[in-house]
Write a protein that binds this ligand. Structure first.
Ligand code: SF4
Ligand code: SF4
Length: 310
Protein backbone atom coordinates (compact mmCIF):
# COMPACT_ATOMS: atom_id res chain seq x y z
CA UNK A 1 0.00 0.00 0.00
CA UNK A 2 1.11 3.56 -0.71
CA UNK A 3 2.61 5.26 2.32
CA UNK A 4 0.48 8.33 1.49
CA UNK A 5 -2.68 6.58 2.73
CA UNK A 6 -1.10 5.90 6.11
CA UNK A 7 0.17 9.48 6.21
CA UNK A 8 -3.35 10.74 5.52
CA UNK A 9 -4.72 8.71 8.41
CA UNK A 10 -1.97 9.92 10.76
CA UNK A 11 -2.50 13.55 9.73
CA UNK A 12 -6.27 13.29 10.09
CA UNK A 13 -6.00 11.64 13.52
CA UNK A 14 -3.86 14.52 14.77
CA UNK A 15 -6.30 17.06 13.30
CA UNK A 16 -9.23 15.62 15.31
CA UNK A 17 -7.36 15.66 18.61
CA UNK A 18 -5.40 12.45 18.97
CA UNK A 19 -1.87 13.05 20.22
CA UNK A 20 -0.21 9.97 18.81
CA UNK A 21 -1.07 6.96 16.67
CA UNK A 22 0.56 3.65 15.75
CA UNK A 23 -0.14 0.62 13.55
CA UNK A 24 0.24 -2.98 14.73
CA UNK A 25 -0.28 -6.41 13.28
CA UNK A 26 -3.00 -8.54 14.86
CA UNK A 27 -1.22 -11.82 15.35
CA UNK A 28 -2.12 -13.67 18.56
CA UNK A 29 -0.32 -12.89 21.81
CA UNK A 30 0.32 -16.47 22.88
CA UNK A 31 2.94 -15.96 25.60
CA UNK A 32 1.00 -13.12 27.18
CA UNK A 33 -2.12 -15.28 27.18
CA UNK A 34 -0.32 -17.89 29.26
CA UNK A 35 0.76 -15.28 31.81
CA UNK A 36 -2.82 -14.02 31.97
CA UNK A 37 -4.25 -17.52 32.48
CA UNK A 38 -1.87 -18.09 35.39
CA UNK A 39 -2.89 -14.73 36.88
CA UNK A 40 -6.55 -15.77 36.62
CA UNK A 41 -5.90 -19.24 38.07
CA UNK A 42 -4.25 -17.60 41.08
CA UNK A 43 -7.38 -15.51 41.63
CA UNK A 44 -5.50 -12.22 41.15
CA UNK A 45 -8.51 -10.79 39.27
CA UNK A 46 -10.71 -10.91 42.37
CA UNK A 47 -14.38 -10.44 41.51
CA UNK A 48 -13.73 -9.41 37.89
CA UNK A 49 -15.33 -12.60 36.62
CA UNK A 50 -15.86 -11.23 33.10
CA UNK A 51 -12.10 -11.61 32.60
CA UNK A 52 -12.54 -15.38 32.69
CA UNK A 53 -14.74 -15.25 29.58
CA UNK A 54 -13.70 -14.94 25.91
CA UNK A 55 -10.03 -15.38 26.75
CA UNK A 56 -9.10 -16.47 23.21
CA UNK A 57 -10.59 -13.26 21.74
CA UNK A 58 -8.81 -11.21 24.34
CA UNK A 59 -5.44 -12.30 22.92
CA UNK A 60 -6.30 -12.73 19.25
CA UNK A 61 -7.91 -9.67 17.63
CA UNK A 62 -8.55 -11.63 14.41
CA UNK A 63 -11.24 -13.55 16.29
CA UNK A 64 -13.11 -10.29 16.88
CA UNK A 65 -12.96 -8.96 13.32
CA UNK A 66 -12.86 -11.45 10.50
CA UNK A 67 -10.16 -10.51 8.00
CA UNK A 68 -8.58 -8.05 10.40
CA UNK A 69 -5.19 -6.86 9.14
CA UNK A 70 -4.25 -3.91 11.33
CA UNK A 71 -4.86 -2.60 14.83
CA UNK A 72 -4.59 1.18 14.89
CA UNK A 73 -3.76 2.41 18.38
CA UNK A 74 -4.55 6.00 19.34
CA UNK A 75 -3.28 7.99 22.30
CA UNK A 76 -4.72 11.07 24.03
CA UNK A 77 -2.92 12.87 26.81
CA UNK A 78 -5.25 13.72 29.71
CA UNK A 79 -2.78 15.34 32.11
CA UNK A 80 -3.55 18.55 34.03
CA UNK A 81 -0.48 20.13 35.63
CA UNK A 82 -2.27 20.76 38.92
CA UNK A 83 0.06 20.27 41.85
CA UNK A 84 -0.97 17.76 44.47
CA UNK A 85 -2.96 19.83 46.96
CA UNK A 86 -3.86 17.09 49.39
CA UNK A 87 -2.90 19.06 52.48
CA UNK A 88 -6.25 18.68 54.20
CA UNK A 89 -6.36 15.33 55.96
CA UNK A 90 -10.14 15.40 55.86
CA UNK A 91 -10.16 15.04 52.08
CA UNK A 92 -10.04 12.06 49.77
CA UNK A 93 -8.01 12.05 46.56
CA UNK A 94 -9.44 11.33 43.13
CA UNK A 95 -7.41 9.72 40.37
CA UNK A 96 -6.25 12.16 37.69
CA UNK A 97 -8.00 10.33 34.88
CA UNK A 98 -11.30 11.28 36.54
CA UNK A 99 -10.66 15.02 36.84
CA UNK A 100 -12.29 15.80 33.50
CA UNK A 101 -15.21 14.37 31.53
CA UNK A 102 -15.76 10.66 31.06
CA UNK A 103 -13.32 9.56 28.37
CA UNK A 104 -15.37 6.73 26.86
CA UNK A 105 -17.80 8.89 24.86
CA UNK A 106 -15.27 11.53 23.99
CA UNK A 107 -12.72 9.09 22.57
CA UNK A 108 -15.38 6.96 20.92
CA UNK A 109 -16.58 9.97 18.90
CA UNK A 110 -13.05 10.64 17.67
CA UNK A 111 -12.47 6.97 16.83
CA UNK A 112 -15.70 6.87 14.82
CA UNK A 113 -14.55 9.96 12.90
CA UNK A 114 -11.24 8.26 12.18
CA UNK A 115 -12.97 5.02 11.16
CA UNK A 116 -15.18 7.06 8.78
CA UNK A 117 -12.05 8.51 7.22
CA UNK A 118 -10.63 5.02 6.67
CA UNK A 119 -13.93 4.00 5.09
CA UNK A 120 -13.81 7.04 2.81
CA UNK A 121 -10.32 6.06 1.59
CA UNK A 122 -11.08 2.33 1.51
CA UNK A 123 -14.81 1.87 0.82
CA UNK A 124 -14.51 -1.94 0.97
CA UNK A 125 -13.01 -1.91 4.45
CA UNK A 126 -14.60 -3.01 7.73
CA UNK A 127 -13.58 -1.06 10.83
CA UNK A 128 -14.42 -1.54 14.49
CA UNK A 129 -13.74 0.97 17.29
CA UNK A 130 -12.90 0.19 20.93
CA UNK A 131 -12.36 2.27 24.05
CA UNK A 132 -11.43 0.34 27.15
CA UNK A 133 -13.79 -2.39 26.02
CA UNK A 134 -12.10 -5.18 27.94
CA UNK A 135 -12.16 -7.49 24.93
CA UNK A 136 -8.88 -6.41 23.38
CA UNK A 137 -5.26 -6.56 24.57
CA UNK A 138 -5.04 -2.76 24.32
CA UNK A 139 -1.74 -2.37 26.14
CA UNK A 140 -0.06 -5.18 24.22
CA UNK A 141 -1.24 -3.69 20.94
CA UNK A 142 -0.02 -0.25 22.04
CA UNK A 143 3.50 -1.54 22.62
CA UNK A 144 3.44 -3.49 19.37
CA UNK A 145 2.22 -0.39 17.50
CA UNK A 146 5.18 1.56 18.89
CA UNK A 147 3.22 4.24 20.75
CA UNK A 148 4.78 3.33 24.11
CA UNK A 149 5.95 0.47 26.30
CA UNK A 150 4.31 -1.43 29.14
CA UNK A 151 6.06 -0.29 32.29
CA UNK A 152 6.70 -2.26 35.45
CA UNK A 153 3.54 -0.66 36.86
CA UNK A 154 1.71 -2.46 33.98
CA UNK A 155 0.65 0.81 32.32
CA UNK A 156 1.64 2.11 28.90
CA UNK A 157 4.26 4.84 29.09
CA UNK A 158 5.05 7.24 26.29
CA UNK A 159 8.16 9.38 25.89
CA UNK A 160 6.03 12.47 25.23
CA UNK A 161 3.24 12.24 27.83
CA UNK A 162 4.38 9.66 30.35
CA UNK A 163 1.54 7.36 31.42
CA UNK A 164 -1.23 10.00 31.67
CA UNK A 165 -2.90 8.77 28.50
CA UNK A 166 -6.05 7.11 27.24
CA UNK A 167 -5.81 4.48 24.52
CA UNK A 168 -8.28 3.81 21.74
CA UNK A 169 -8.22 1.04 19.13
CA UNK A 170 -9.53 0.61 15.61
CA UNK A 171 -9.45 -2.89 14.13
CA UNK A 172 -9.50 -2.68 10.36
CA UNK A 173 -9.37 -5.00 7.39
CA UNK A 174 -7.00 -2.52 5.67
CA UNK A 175 -3.44 -3.79 5.55
CA UNK A 176 -1.51 -0.66 6.63
CA UNK A 177 2.26 -0.67 6.92
CA UNK A 178 3.11 -1.62 10.53
CA UNK A 179 5.25 0.34 12.97
CA UNK A 180 8.14 -1.04 15.00
CA UNK A 181 7.25 -2.17 18.54
CA UNK A 182 8.41 0.22 21.26
CA UNK A 183 11.37 -0.89 23.34
CA UNK A 184 11.17 -1.06 27.13
CA UNK A 185 12.61 2.09 28.68
CA UNK A 186 12.10 1.24 32.37
CA UNK A 187 15.70 0.07 32.68
CA UNK A 188 16.80 -0.59 36.26
CA UNK A 189 14.13 1.64 37.78
CA UNK A 190 11.85 0.03 40.38
CA UNK A 191 10.21 3.16 41.80
CA UNK A 192 6.65 1.97 41.14
CA UNK A 193 7.23 -1.40 42.82
CA UNK A 194 8.70 0.32 45.86
CA UNK A 195 6.10 3.13 45.86
CA UNK A 196 2.95 1.00 45.78
CA UNK A 197 1.59 1.24 49.33
CA UNK A 198 -0.20 -2.11 49.22
CA UNK A 199 2.48 -4.16 47.41
CA UNK A 200 0.07 -4.80 44.57
CA UNK A 201 2.75 -5.00 41.85
CA UNK A 202 3.72 -8.63 42.33
CA UNK A 203 6.36 -8.60 39.62
CA UNK A 204 7.34 -6.17 36.87
CA UNK A 205 4.28 -5.52 34.73
CA UNK A 206 1.90 -7.63 36.81
CA UNK A 207 -0.59 -6.21 39.30
CA UNK A 208 -2.58 -8.29 41.76
CA UNK A 209 -6.00 -6.60 41.45
CA UNK A 210 -7.01 -7.83 44.90
CA UNK A 211 -4.23 -5.71 46.44
CA UNK A 212 -4.75 -2.64 44.26
CA UNK A 213 -6.50 0.46 45.62
CA UNK A 214 -7.95 1.22 42.18
CA UNK A 215 -9.63 -2.16 42.11
CA UNK A 216 -11.16 -1.74 45.55
CA UNK A 217 -12.37 1.83 45.06
CA UNK A 218 -13.63 1.52 41.47
CA UNK A 219 -14.29 -2.07 40.54
CA UNK A 220 -15.92 -3.60 43.61
CA UNK A 221 -19.62 -3.30 44.46
CA UNK A 222 -20.58 -0.73 47.06
CA UNK A 223 -21.73 -3.40 49.56
CA UNK A 224 -18.27 -5.05 49.58
CA UNK A 225 -16.19 -4.06 52.57
CA UNK A 226 -12.64 -2.96 51.74
CA UNK A 227 -10.04 -5.02 53.67
CA UNK A 228 -8.43 -3.25 56.60
CA UNK A 229 -4.85 -3.58 55.33
CA UNK A 230 -5.88 -1.85 52.09
CA UNK A 231 -7.78 0.87 53.99
CA UNK A 232 -4.89 1.56 56.34
CA UNK A 233 -2.46 1.96 53.41
CA UNK A 234 -4.83 3.87 51.16
CA UNK A 235 -3.16 7.30 51.49
CA UNK A 236 -6.71 8.73 51.25
CA UNK A 237 -7.35 7.53 47.71
CA UNK A 238 -11.14 7.41 47.42
CA UNK A 239 -11.43 6.86 43.67
CA UNK A 240 -8.57 5.13 41.91
CA UNK A 241 -4.92 5.51 42.77
CA UNK A 242 -2.07 7.21 40.92
CA UNK A 243 0.84 6.46 43.23
CA UNK A 244 2.66 4.12 40.83
CA UNK A 245 2.39 6.86 38.20
CA UNK A 246 3.27 9.79 40.42
CA UNK A 247 6.59 8.17 41.34
CA UNK A 248 7.47 7.32 37.74
CA UNK A 249 10.40 9.37 36.37
CA UNK A 250 8.90 9.37 32.88
CA UNK A 251 5.97 11.40 34.17
CA UNK A 252 8.28 14.36 34.71
CA UNK A 253 7.70 15.04 31.02
CA UNK A 254 3.93 15.24 31.36
CA UNK A 255 2.28 18.25 29.78
CA UNK A 256 -1.15 19.90 29.81
CA UNK A 257 -3.82 18.07 27.82
CA UNK A 258 -5.00 19.91 24.73
CA UNK A 259 -8.44 18.26 24.97
CA UNK A 260 -10.83 20.70 26.64
CA UNK A 261 -13.03 17.86 27.89
CA UNK A 262 -10.17 16.57 30.02
CA UNK A 263 -9.41 19.90 31.66
CA UNK A 264 -9.79 19.77 35.41
CA UNK A 265 -13.36 20.35 36.65
CA UNK A 266 -14.47 21.95 39.89
CA UNK A 267 -14.43 19.55 42.84
CA UNK A 268 -12.40 17.18 40.71
CA UNK A 269 -9.12 16.56 42.48
CA UNK A 270 -10.34 15.80 46.00
CA UNK A 271 -13.55 15.61 48.03
CA UNK A 272 -14.02 16.16 51.73
CA UNK A 273 -15.54 13.62 54.06
CA UNK A 274 -18.33 16.02 55.06
CA UNK A 275 -19.14 16.82 51.45
CA UNK A 276 -19.50 13.14 50.56
CA UNK A 277 -21.45 12.24 53.68
CA UNK A 278 -24.02 15.01 53.07
CA UNK A 279 -24.30 14.45 49.31
CA UNK A 280 -27.78 13.47 48.06
CA UNK A 281 -28.47 11.30 45.05
CA UNK A 282 -29.78 14.26 43.05
CA UNK A 283 -26.66 16.29 43.80
CA UNK A 284 -24.39 13.35 42.94
CA UNK A 285 -26.13 12.94 39.58
CA UNK A 286 -25.94 16.60 38.71
CA UNK A 287 -22.24 16.92 39.64
CA UNK A 288 -20.91 13.63 38.30
CA UNK A 289 -23.27 12.85 35.44
CA UNK A 290 -20.63 13.25 32.72
CA UNK A 291 -17.65 12.25 34.83
CA UNK A 292 -16.01 8.88 35.56
CA UNK A 293 -17.10 8.92 39.22
CA UNK A 294 -20.65 8.27 38.04
CA UNK A 295 -19.61 4.64 37.65
CA UNK A 296 -19.43 3.86 41.37
CA UNK A 297 -22.68 5.69 42.19
CA UNK A 298 -23.27 7.59 45.38
CA UNK A 299 -23.29 4.37 47.41
CA UNK A 300 -19.82 3.46 46.21
CA UNK A 301 -18.48 6.93 46.94
CA UNK A 302 -19.93 6.84 50.47
CA UNK A 303 -18.42 3.39 51.04
CA UNK A 304 -15.03 4.74 49.93
CA UNK A 305 -15.05 7.43 52.63
CA UNK A 306 -13.40 4.78 54.83
CA UNK A 307 -10.23 5.37 52.79
CA UNK A 308 -9.82 8.95 54.06
CA UNK A 309 -7.00 8.84 56.62
CA UNK A 310 -6.99 11.63 59.18
S1 SF4 B 1 -2.74 1.91 41.46
FE1 SF4 B 1 -1.97 2.22 43.57
S2 SF4 B 1 -2.42 0.32 44.62
FE2 SF4 B 1 -2.61 -0.12 42.43
S3 SF4 B 1 -0.60 -0.84 41.80
FE3 SF4 B 1 -0.55 1.37 41.48
S4 SF4 B 1 0.24 2.23 43.40
FE4 SF4 B 1 -0.36 0.13 43.81
S1 SF4 C 1 8.44 3.89 37.95
FE1 SF4 C 1 10.26 3.13 36.87
S2 SF4 C 1 9.91 0.93 36.68
FE2 SF4 C 1 7.94 1.87 37.18
S3 SF4 C 1 6.96 2.23 35.21
FE3 SF4 C 1 8.08 4.11 35.75
S4 SF4 C 1 10.09 3.87 34.76
FE4 SF4 C 1 9.13 1.86 34.79
Amino acid sequence: MEQSYKDKIIKYSLSIGFDKIGFANTEPFNEEKEVFMKWISEGRHGTLKYLERNVDERFEPNLILDGCKTAIVTVINYYNPVKEQYSDSNKGKISRYAWGKDYHKLIKLKLVQLADKIKELFPESTNMTFVDSGTLPEKLLAQRAGVGWQGKNSLILTREFGSWIFLGIILTTVDFEKDEPHRDLCGDCTKCLEGCPTSAIIKPGLVDATRCISYWTIETKSYVEIPLDIVSNSQSRIYGCDICQEVCPWNRFAKQTSESGFRVNNNATELSKDFIENLTNAEFKSIFNDRPLKRIKLKGLKRNVCMIRE
